[in-house]
Write a protein that binds this ligand. Structure first.
Ligand code: UD1
Length: 422
């Protein structure tokens, strides 16, 4: 058991390179299941979740080579796959649910344990299920497993999502690419990670129109071929480094970043007083004053991302003024506020609103990461808190941030992993 120990007060300066997005690569690994043969992914982040997904694919019958030092994963997919995702893996990583669509398409049947995952709300699966049912699947829940079957194969359908769910869009998309006929997904998610998976599926031979819009039109094809694909850069990691520059009064060049994927968040940083400049292969963020408070409302893409909400609450906690933060996606995401308050932050929550009154100074304390992004938010707060902050439950952070501590040290932070006694 380890914690991250941070001595606050250092300004961060230098360059950091962002790798591929966690929220894309896990889905790309699942999409590989759709085509027998060897798929290779590059720009793969060296994070725990990639290892868990690798283990899941092995149990399904794939040979998986992880070369995370070089950001590469090769997946050899057999003609005949197993079709069960066990609870011990799904409970460690909710994104395991992503194999639902591809396995149903390939095997005609799939059993996936109902997920646990991040502690950020109820995270239902109703839209995944109703979409698959419209495509001809029968779905039951037995003994904690979601069992879907389509012995005659899936057929195209019109699917309207109540909400532009990222996961439901991916499940239905991956089920549709080899279904018989045409599927139209309305109110589809538009995240850059959806565009990335569409691009990979198109390269595999799928017929998809409308990637990045609210309507995805898919004409099913009989089979797909394996490909090599580079994962889209991680916009949430990019945003986390941008806030790190702003909160520490620092100066960070973020390489391999796509500023166009986080325009609203970058605009908020400019409003807070940061100097944000787009450069050739990324962006540059510099701050030379105390941040001004900025209001945030999380929404599906292209709105402000919920996965950057804790980092911006940390920024607001030391800003000049008061900010209102509204969380519209995950009801339990404010759980991390209780931890931030332990560092001296002045935050009041009421339903899905948080009122953050900026303090001149936070003070270091032991805190606990409740999910990946909460962990990132607490580290950022620790970087500016006076004295020592130790962030426990580090495994959450390891799930989403490759080489985080090394990068922070290189940028000038005083941070290290320390063993926890007992
Ligand atoms: C993905 C991301 C997560 C990000 C989120 C929103 C991955 C691995 N995770 O999560 O980091 O915060 O998108 O950008 O990519 N919902 C239902 N029924 C459904 C599906 C979703 O009620 O069938 C609800 C959820 O409970 C949640 C909201 O819709 O309140 C958003 O969920 P969704 O967009 O599906 O997020 P995830 O794919 O779980």
């Amino acid at each position: 058991m380890e914690a991250l120990q941070i001595i606050g007060g250092n300004r961060l300066a230098g360059s950091v390179r962002v790798t591929g997005a966690k929220n894309s690569v896990l889905k790309l690994m699942a999409a590989a299941l759709l085509a027998p043969g060897r798929t290779t992914l590059t720009e793969v982040p060296g994070i725990l979740d990639v290892e868990i997904m690798g283990e899941l694919l092995r149990r399904l019958g794939c040979a998986v080579e992880l070369d995370l030092g070089h950001g590469r994963v090769s997946i050899d997919v057999p003609e005949s796959l197993e079709h069960r995702a066990d609870y011990d893996l799904v409970r460690r990583m909710r994104a395991s649910i992503t194999v639902l669509g591809p396995l149903l398409a390939r095997c005609g049947v799939v059993d996936v344990a109902l997920p646990g995952g991040d502690n950020i709300g109820s995270r239902g699966l109703d839209m995944h299920v109703s979409g698959l049912q419209r495509m001809g699947a029968e779905v039951t829940i037995e003994h904690g497993y979601l069992i879907a079957s389509a012995p005659e194969g899936l057929h195209g359908a019109s699917v309207w999502l109540d909400f532009p769910s990222v996961g439901a869009t991916e499940t239905i998309l991956m089920a549709a690419v080899t279904a018989a006929g045409r599927t139209v997904i309305d109110n589809a998610a538009r995240e850059p990670e959806i565009v990335d998976i569409c691009q990979m599926l198109i390269d595999m031979g799928a017929h998809i129109d409308g990637a990045g819009t609210s309507t995805l039109e898919v004409e099913g094809v009989p089979s797909l071929r394996p490909v090599q694909h580079a994962t889209v850069p991680d916009r949430i990691v990019t945003g986390t480094w941008a806030v790190a520059a702003a909160i520490t009064g620092g100066d960070i060049t973020i390489e391999n970043a796509r500023p166009e994927h986080l325009q609203i968040a970058l605009d908020k940083l400019s409003t807070a007083g940061a100097d944000v400049t787009e450069i050739d292969d990324g962006l540059h963020v510099r701050m030379d004053r105390r941040p001004a408070a900025v209001d945030i409302v999380t929404l599906p893409y292209p709105g402000f991302p919920t996965d950057l909400q804790p980092q911006f609450i940390a920024l607001n906690a030391v800003a000049q003024g008061t900010a209102l933060v509204t969380e519209n996606l995950f009801e339990a995401r404010f759980r991390f506020v209780h931890e931030l308050v332990r560092l001296g932050a002045d935050v009041q929550t009421e339903g899905h609103h948080a009122l953050v009154r900026g303090r001149d100074q936070l003070s270091g304390a032991p805190v606990e990461a409740t999910d990946i992004r909460a962990g990132a938010g607490l580290v950022l707060a620790g970087l500016v808190a006076e004295g020592v902050t130790s962030v426990h439950e580090v495994h959450h952070i390891d799930r989403g941030y490759a080489g985080f501590v090394d990068d922070l040290v290189r940028l000038g932070a005083q941070i290290s992993r320390v063993p926890i006694p007992g």
